[in-house]
Design a protein around this ligand. Structure first.
Ligand code: BV8
Length: 261
């Protein structure tokens, strides 16, 4: 385990050198705020998604059972928007792959977002803990398929041919997020936990900062437009638009990165 970083003038600085075996490991959590400046709505902001539709109707298994056509239309509209012109990764999405490539230790990106802007921005080591908008899952055979177009009850599963059993491959409220074991494993031995563009309202994601602090004594950093619900749980905070504060923070971190001996 590398020497813990020191917060110097509000910056995260590592002293001394490390071997690539004990280089500090980083876990990054992102939320809707990182995609806001790419033109995708957040959820809880004044003009957010939940100000237009009720969670119960479109993002719960019960809502899907009650009115599947409505839920398909909700996600079809978001999928069309995501594939629309003008929706592209922004400077914040593009800064994180630099960290993944140039940081001497492991860097894991855990996103609550179901868009593909992290991958389009160049990130590779990504976990979509709440699923992916452009994927379908068959409720009959469990197969997951790439699904860039609209989805409806008339569609059949490419694997088992069941009709009307496809649903968007996302995690609805009341459902277990994906890859939780791998996420908790990485949180339990990370040195630096960075949270970007999330309000800290939705669990278990909102509990990750505590997990990183208590399990790994990690240094914790919040990058957001404004203080989140869990702001006081972070050792270091930087506030502003993600396209400004994320590239600046990554640049600083890399300039203070431990040298690999
Ligand atoms: C579960 C996919 C069991 C679908 C999503 C009571 C207490 C505690 C928990 C619960 C409770 N009752 C129920 C629960 C559990 C529930 C929950 O947390 N409910 C909340 C509402 C209280 N959670 C669940 O049901 C989860 N499952 O708990 O299973 C379990 C328990 C333990 C361990 C394992 C399993 C499943 C939740 C997942 C639901 N699916 N999305 C879809 O997208 O349609 S959640 C969805 O909403 C997103 O994925 C994301 O997670 C969440 C939105 O949060 P954010 O991304 O943070 O977005 P938000 O709009 O809130 O904030 C945006 C932020 O960005 C703001 O702070 C803003 O200031 C900032 N910002 C804006 N612009 C910018 C910016 N920052 C920088 N730059 C900018 N330009």
């Amino acid at each position: 385990m590398a020497d813990p970083p020191v917060a110097q003038h509000g910056r995260t600085v590592y002293h001394g050198s490390v071997s690539d075996r004990n280089a500090p490991s980083i876990v990054i959590l992102t939320g809707a705020g990182i995609s806001k400046e790419s033109g995708l709505d957040t959820f809880r902001d004044a003009d957010g998604i939940w100000s237009k539709v009720r969670i119960e109707d479109v993002a719960t298994p019960e809502g899907f059972a009650r009115d599947p056509d409505r839920v398909h239309e909700f996600y079809n509209a978001r999928r069309r928007q995501l594939r629309g012109d003008g929706i592209a990764p922004n400077a914040a999405h593009q800064a994180l792959p630099r960290l993944e490539q140039d940081w001497p230790g492991p860097v894991l990106l855990v996103t609550q977002n179901i868009d593909d802007l992290h991958e389009r921005g160049g990130s590779r080591n990504v976990i979509h803990m709440h699923g992916e908008l452009q994927k379908a899952r068959c409720q009959a055979c469990g197969a997951v398929h790439a699904w860039p177009g609209d989805m409806s009850r008339a569609d059949s599963c490419p694997a088992c041919a069941s009709m009307g059993m496809l649903r968007v491959h996302v995690v609805w409220f009341g459902e277990m997020p994906f890859e939780m074991d791998r996420i908790y494993q990485s949180l339990s031995d990370c040195d630096l936990f960075i949270s970007v563009g999330t309000s800290g309202n939705v669990y278990p994601a909102a509990g990750f900062v505590q997990e990183a602090r208590l399990q790994a004594a990690a240094h914790t950093v919040e990058l957001n437009l404004e203080p989140s619900e869990g702001a006081t749980l972070f050792a270091e905070q930087h506030y502003g638009p993600a396209t400004e504060i994320v590239p600046a923070y990554v640049r600083d971190l890399l300039s203070g990165a431990p040298k690999v001996a």
